[in-house]
Design a protein around this ligand. Structure first.
Ligand SMILES: NC(=O)c1ccc[n+]([C@@H]2O[C@H](COP(=O)([O-])OP(=O)(O)OC[C@H]3O[C@@H](n4cnc5c(N)ncnc54)[C@H](OP(=O)(O)O)[C@@H]3O)[C@@H](O)[C@H]2O)c1
Length: 252
């Protein structure tokens, strides 16, 4: 039986970085299944990573037929999933009433619905010491005017993952929720199609290589939350001690 990792949103940004770093850290993985819509980028990644076999799965994980294909593939191959990285996601900046409803629901479909469904059907293929890594965001800590649905979707990922971590403790399966601040990936190219990125976000822009390195280390230690940079760790603490109504005016 083969030991595999599954990474969604592997064609760019954090997902691509997870693929490279997990391949180099966990040499005993037989395969890494990489999922995204842009096949060429996944195929380029597969050529770049030479230490581990990369299985390219050109799926849109909000598409029912593709989700069924993934389920079928798991049932057919019966692998042991050592690591699942639910990373695919996007955000759109701007006022709730100005962004097309379809795009806002699309965020919920990808960031919440697909993540939940994949976690649910991959879980039976996991064993003791398997790891689930869920990519949330520091936006999960506080509601964000002008980024409302995105922040809410990531609060969902955060809350769900913390609870799941507790439920899976007896089975020795860890769940680590990763809460990065702004990082230089394609994320803001998409996010700024509906609104402007604020200067403050540019000032805190992290390198995705470091975010992913820390996330992989934290997941290996079984940490439930991985927050890169002192600024984002401070934001998490601030959100716990200062009433939301006082922070909200500064979050726009
Ligand atoms: N960068 C940041 O500042 C930041 C901060 C906090 C959290 N995050 C979170 O980090 C995660 C990764 O984002 P990133 O920063 O690496 O941005 P990114 O470079 O835009 O990567 C997003 C990935 O998701 C994939 N994806 C999008 N829609 C998909 C779909 N329907 N089906 C399958 N794959 C899909 C994209 O691939 P295709 O287009 O090829 O499908 C891409 O590989 C997201 O969940 C994001 O919310 C990012």
């Amino acid at each position: 039986m083969s030991n595999i990792a599954i990474i969604t949103g592997a064609s760019s940004g954090f997902g691509k970085e997870f693929t490279k770093q997990l391949a180099s850290k966990y040499r005993k993985l037989d395969e890494i299944w990489v999922i995204a819509r842009r096949t060429e980028l996944l195929e380029t990644l597969a050529k770049e990573v030479t230490s581990t076999k990369i299985k390219v799965l050109s799926y849109d994980i909000t598409n029912r037929e593709h989700i069924l294909e993934l389920k079928k593939l798991l049932a057919e191959k019966q692998p042991t999933v050592r690591i699942l990285v639910n990373n695919a996601g996007y955000g759109l900046m701007g006022h709730f009433d100005e962004i097309p409803l379809e795009s806002q629901l699309g965020m919920i479909n990808l960031n919440c619905y697909a993540l939940t469904e994949i976690t649910h059907f991959v879980l039976p293929y996991m064993k003791q010491r398997s790891q689930i890594i869920q990519i949330a965001s520091s936006a999960a800590f506080i509601p964000q005017p002008s980024f409302a649905i995105y922040a809410a979707s990531k609060s969902y990922v955060y809350s769900f993952s913390r609870a799941l971590a507790q439920e899976l403790k007896p089975y020795d399966i860890s769940v680590t929720v990763v809460c990065p601040g702004p990082a230089s990936t394609e994320f803001f190219d998409i996010a700024s199609t509906t609104g402007d990125i604020k200067l403050i976000k540019n000032m805190f822009m992290a390198n995705p290589v470091n975010v992913v390195k820390e996330a992989i280390e934290d997941a290996a230690k079984g940490k439930q939350v991985s927050t890169h940079t002192l600024a984002m760790k401070s934001l998490r603490i601030l959100a716990r001690i200062v009433p939301t109504r006082f922070i909200l005016p500064f979050m726009k």
